[in-house]
Design a binder for this molecule. Structure first.
Ligand SMILES: [Zn+2]
Length: 438
């Protein structure tokens, strides 16, 4: 197990987690740290090893079990050989797979008392399926988004959705060791803190403090590097179908988004940001802490990078409240790339159930409405709010929302209240117009 390095040195500012306002979140078992050691096959498409999660009970009652989410099984479900398998547990005993093999309940060896920690450890095998997806591989390149098992928040177990997201996890520290062939790069969340060559392989050690998830990719990527004006190191990785010039263009989009976000909302508190350029089916990119997957164009590069504030720093229940992170990420995108003309006619409602505050239970069965509702109407809503209360007040509210919820999980009322706090205008009719309060 890797000793904790001076993790504070990896952050640009001191962490100041705000108390989460939701009781389910406050009392959920917390992953204090993840220790992950994985070794790949010759291609980076299969990884074997062990994951240990240090769990803490924040109180007030003993906790006797934890649900692990195995999101990598979301698409293929309970296949004969699931894409992600866990076994050889220490610290707990697993039950039968649940929710399409995306969850397993692990009964702890003994109930964890309030304010105590325990280690839960298990063998882990990840087989990256052939699929142009956030968890998938295309040719020589593997993308490992949502591949590492993470604890659910309490007994909250939404199903996997492919058009949109179901993810929700608590901020932690990931210490990850990836052993791989020397010809394969492993861009990842966090910062490389050590590399050891042995034979034709490399063990890459990565530390990622204060992040809610860890993603990586594997393959013979080309790369370009740079730095934002605010000092964040940038690495942009690209597949063989992409040129270095295109990668530099994507990196410029990532840089200006990081600079805009820091100036407008508050600091990006990490020293590094990695973008991995690939081609994906059904979506243009995907956000992870310190790490984005993106197709080679400005819109997804800016949008996914904007999620560093809205999802990565301020977390939310992506299944029940997809608008919280997506609408703000798209609003930030529109601020950088220009207001879409359709906002003049928004909002667009295609049926009675279509709402800004509808969850993925609705949008997963009305998939054609998801982008117009959550991204389109959602971003236009914030742009109209600027006209109503002033752009400066919108910015002040978002700075306060970030400061209060950084590293935590926000609720819809948290965001609406942040806007109401900066204006004497009663925003109730505004939220009603945008179908954003029941
Ligand atoms: Zn998004």
């Amino acid at each position: 197990m890797t000793a904790l390095p001076a993790l504070s040195a990896l952050l640009l500012i001191a962490p100041a987690p705000a108390p989460a306002p939701d009781t389910a979140v406050e009392t959920a078992i917390r992953p204090v740290a993840y220790h992950v050691n994985l070794s790949s096959d010759a291609t980076g498409a299969r990884w074997d090893g062990r994951e240990t999660i240090v769990l803490r009970n924040p109180g007030p009652a003993p906790i006797d079990a934890v649900w692990l989410r195995l999101w990598g099984n979301g698409v293929d479900g309970c296949a004969a050989t699931p894409d992600v398998t866990v076994g050889s547990f220490t610290g707990g005993t697993p039950g039968e797979p649940a929710v399409g093999c995306t969850a397993v309940r692990v009964r702890l060896n003994r109930p964890l008392p309030p304010r105590r920690t325990t280690d839960l450890s298990f063998a882990l095998t990840i087989r990256v399926p052939e699929r142009a997806d956030r968890f998938g591989r295309v040719g020589d390149y593997a993308f490992l988004g949502n591949a590492l098992p993470v604890p659910a928040i309490g007994d909250d177990l939404p199903p996997y959705v492919s058009g949109g997201e179901s993810f929700q996890s608590l901020t932690s520290t990931f210490l990850v060791s990836l052993d791989h062939p020397a010809g394969i790069s492993v861009p990842a969340t966090g910062t490389v803190v050590g590399e050891a060559r042995h034979g034709g392989r490399v063990t890459t050690r990565i530390a990622a403090p204060l992040v809610r998830d860890f993603a990586w990719a594997a393959g013979p990527f080309g790369s370009v590097s740079g730095r934002t004006s605010t000092g964040v190191r940038l690495h942009t990785w690209y597949t063989g179908e992409v040129t270095a010039d295109t990668a530099r263009s994507v990196q410029a989009d990532v840089a200006r988004t990081l600079e805009y976000g820091a100036a407008t909302y508050g600091a990006y508190p990490y020293p590094e940001m990695d973008a991995v350029i690939g081609g994906f089916e059904g979506f243009q990119g995907m956000e992870y802490p310190n790490f984005v997957l993106t197709e080679p164009s400005s819109l997804p590069a800016v949008h996914e990078t904007a999620h560093q504030w809205w999802y990565a720093l301020v977390g939310n229940d992506e299944y029940r409240h997809p608008w919280l992170d997506e609408s703000l990420a798209q609003y930030t995108t529109d601020k950088l790339l220009g207001t879409p003309g359709y906002c003049a006619q928004a909002p667009f409602w295609f049926d009675d159930g279509m709402r800004i505050d509808a969850g993925m239970d609705y949008y997963d069965t009305h998939h054609d409405f998801y982008a117009p509702g959550i991204y389109g109407d959602g971003a236009c809503m914030f742009l109209e709010l600027e006209s109503l209360i002033g752009a400066d007040r919108v910015r002040t509210a978002l700075r306060d929302y970030l400061a209060r919820n950084r590293f935590g999980i926000a609720q819809p009322s948290t965001l609406r209240d942040a806007f109401q706090a900066v204006t004497t205008i009663d925003l109730t009719p505004f939220w009603a117009k945008w179908r954003n309060v029941r």
